[in-house]
Design a protein. Structure first.
Length: 262
């Protein structure tokens, strides 16, 4: 456990720091990352000894309270923090609330602006799902020599802008493995095979709670089935309640006094 001060000046402890993650990359130590959309998911990930979380900027405070020692990256969505000023303000706010790093899918200028303030920032490369039409649809990037060279060039630009990490989404595994030999960036991969330093998965995908998971996903549980059973049982209870009210079998008078909620 590492003792730190947060960006907001509060003493804290973490299982991992950015320094630890960089050392793990150098040593070839594989790390895990999952999404967490609420406190329950965050606590479950921490209990399972997941290394890092990626969370929405608006949930950082809640997630940090539920998982006080895990490394958290606050993710700025494509539809948020449009200007450089907004991106910087959002990054500072997330860090003050307990994030350890900030992810932005936006331009190198955004990344440089955030990094200049001493914030550990992660960029994005490979496929941008929100811009999939520019790639000819959802597909793997880096299968051609030209695309692989373009990716390597962008990795260098990210480093020059001050990024310490990059999410490499749907990048060809062989291309990423070769690019990583020439880059100091920590690679967080999803849909990119096993070449990444940190392997990212969505909580819903890995827990089997997605009706149409992406091709690269793998379910290690069946939460979806349990959720459907829960919905069916709730519907059964509601239907039974309504029928009992209609036929006047509920509520019935009791002879032992009041038994309702106080």
């Amino acid at each position: 456990m590492k003792r730190i001060y947060t960006y907001g000046g509060a003493p804290a402890t973490r299982h991992l720091t950015v320094g630890c993650i960089l050392k793990n990359k150098a040593a070839g130590t594989r790390m895990t990352q999952v999404t967490a959309f609420d406190a329950e998911e965050a606590a479950a990930a921490a209990e399972a000894q997941i290394d890092t979380l990626t969370v929405g900027c608006d949930t950082v405070e809640m997630i940090r309270a539920a998982a006080p020692h895990i490394f958290i990256t606050a993710a700025q969505a494509m539809r948020e923090h449009v200007t450089e000023d907004h991106a910087l303000a959002g990054a500072i706010e997330a860090m003050v609330k307990g994030a350890d790093a900030v992810y932005t899918p936006r331009s190198l200028r955004h990344i440089e602006r955030i990094a200049r303030e001493g914030i550990s920032v992660q960029g994005h490369s490979g496929l941008f799902p929100a811009r999939a039409t520019q790639f000819g649809g959802l597909r793997t990037v880096g299968k051609t020599a030209q695309e692989a060279l373009d990716l390597m060039r962008y990795f260098r630009q990210l480093e020059d802008a001050g990024a310490y990490a990059v999410e490499a989404e749907c990048v060809a595994e062989q291309a990423l493995a070769e690019i990583s030999k020439h880059s100091n960036l920590v690679t967080v991969t999803i849909g990119g095979g096993s070449s990444g330093d940190i392997i990212l998965s969505y909580m819903s995908d890995l827990s089997g709670d997605t009706d149409t998971p992406p091709r690269h996903a793998r379910a290690f549980g069946d939460v979806g089935r349990i959720r459907k059973e829960l919905r069916a049982e709730r519907a059964k209870a509601l239907q039974g309640y309504r029928a009992a009210v209609m036929d006047r079998s509920f509520p019935r008078r009791r002879n032992h006094g009041f038994h309702g909620r106080q």
